[in-house]
Design a protein around this ligand. Structure first.
Ligand SMILES: Cc1ncc(COP(=O)(O)O)c(C=O)c1O
Length: 455
């Protein structure tokens, strides 16, 4: 962790977010659903106080369109890993732009990156590229179905917006809040796909076994996020792999969110369980569009006979950004750094909880601690979480209850976070003691994100 970037001059007073709010109004007229990513909707933060539109970002911070500076613990929902606008990655990208972002011919960078992925990701022998995580998951589903000649995918996790996955919404009442996003229905997804993607509960081998028995001989793949915020129970992933192979199905790990921070080879390298295929995206390219499906020769090679093709999958910018990001993660000793940053942050936040007079602690993996408060009444939780985000935002920190670190976060950033979290948590304490949470809340209640099935 770097010790530079001392706090320096006191931060100017937060000017509020009037311009963000005005622009969001206009977005409502122009863009159905306001944003391109549900996690960027104002309703996911403290609407009224959280910034919604940014002007620029650098390192661990960004400037919003109201010209406030924020310390960022969201980091494009994890897509930023080295820090915003990393100079090494940007220099490589700028150099590449001058040599062209997209050739008429194929790019030799495709081979260079495939070789690097084969070197670092245990499951990787063959590689295909995409431009996003959801797209890469759709591609993995296609390859798994094509390779096995079977239709059903059992899944546990969030895997994007495509039909193959969203068809699972036909299996539940959309208003039940069960899966995956209360109030969002599978409108536009062919109902004929119902039953081709079936969710299973993470951690439960008995249920998985029952689903495999029920759909005997029809399951192409078990697709899962191997973990999100806690380590899987001992032997769980090994058990999933055995069940998959006993039933002639492929095991696919979606490492779009969990990859890279814990280990450069992903969760599979950290835990020693190698799937047949792996889906990669987000942090791998530090903010440039890129995704990949990697896997064993046996699983992947049949894809040469499948129609899987897109103009921008050879784009040099994503390729060069990914090559440079992975090399920088290696050069900067990323896993050890994340461990150190995460532990320092966890200590600072745990102290903030105690100093504010609240009960609770940080949960989550070392690189991504999350504040978990003990409350007298569970029904207060939505108010408490929104109030925390609101009070942090007013004081110049953009976060959820969970914090996603980058290598650009410094000791000074962590000190600042601890100090401001103490103030924000003290407001919550005051609201809890006096029964005035709703008076203190000046924002709309935050909507919970979609259920991801994996803890
Ligand atoms: C595990 C996982 N898979 C897939 C996706 C979808 O990736 P993208 O938003 O790049 O399409 C996400 C995004 O949050 C994710 O967390």
């Amino acid at each position: 962790m770097t010790t530079s970037a001392a706090p320096g001059a006191p931060k100017p007073e937060n000017k509020g977010v009037a311009r963000s709010l005005a622009l969001y109004e206009r977005a409502g007229q122009l863009i159905p659903g306001w944003t391109q990513l549900i996690s960027r909707r104002a309703s996911q933060f403290a609407h009224g106080h959280s910034p919604i539109y940014a002007l620029s970002a650098k390192g661990s911070r960004f400037i919003d369109i109201d010209e406030n500076e924020y310390l960022d613990w969201v980091n494009a929902v994890g897509a930023i890993i080295l820090g915003h606008a990393d100079e090494v990655v940007n220099a490589a990208v700028k150099e590449q732009i001058d040599r062209s972002s997209l050739f008429t011919l194929n790019s030799p960078l495709e081979i260079e990156l495939a070789e690097l992925l084969n070197e670092v990701i245990p499951s990787s022998e063959m590689v295909r590229y995409t431009k996003s995580g959801g797209e890469a998951n759709a591609l993995a589903a296609r390859i798994a179905r094509g390779t096995t000649g079977r239709d059903i995918i059992l899944f546990s996790g969030y895997h994007g917006w495509h039909d193959w996955y969203q068809s699972a919404n036909y299996l539940v009442d959309p208003q039940s809040g069960e899966f995956p996003f209360a109030g969002i229905e599978p409108i536009g997804v062919p109902e004929a796909l119902a039953g081709t993607a079936v969710p299973f509960a993470w951690g439960d081998l008995t249920q998985l076994q029952a689903l495999l028995d029920k759909h005997h001989g029809q399951v192409a793949a078990i697709m899962m996020e191997p973990l999100r915020s806690e380590l899987p129970p001992a032997g769980y992933l090994e058990g999933v792999k055995k069940l998959a192979h006993d039933h002639g199905a492929l095991l696919i790990f979606d490492e779009v969110s969990c990859g890279w921070r814990m280990h450069i080879g992903g969760v599979q390298a950290y835990l020693g369980v190698t799937p047949d295929m792996t889906v990669l995206a987000k942090a791998m390219s530090n903010g440039y569009p890129m995704g990949a499906v990697v896997g064993s020769r046996e699983a992947m090679e049949p894809a040469k006979n499948m129609f899987i093709s897109s103009s921008y999958w050879s784009d040099n910018i994503g390729l060069v950004a990914t090559l440079t990001t992975i090399r920088e993660l290696q050069r900067r000793n990323a896993p050890q750094q994340f461990e150190a940053i995460g532990e320092a942050l966890r200590t600072a936040l745990n102290r903030a909880i105690t100093d504010a007079g609240l009960s609770g602690r940080c949960t989550g993996l070392s690189y991504a601690p999350a504040i978990s408060l003990e409350l007298p009444d569970e029904s207060l939780r939505p108010q408490v979480h929104t109030l925390f985000i609101q009070e942090m935002a007013k004081r110049g920190i953009h976060t959820y209850m969970g914090f996603k670190a980058t290598l650009a976060h410094t000791e000074a950033d962590i000190l600042e976070t601890g100090r401001i979290a103490t103030e924000a948590l003290a407001v919550i304490k005051q609201g809890l003691v006096a029964g005035t949470l709703s008076d203190l809340l000046q924002s709309d209640l935050k909507k919970e994100p979609f259920r991801r099935l994996v803890r």
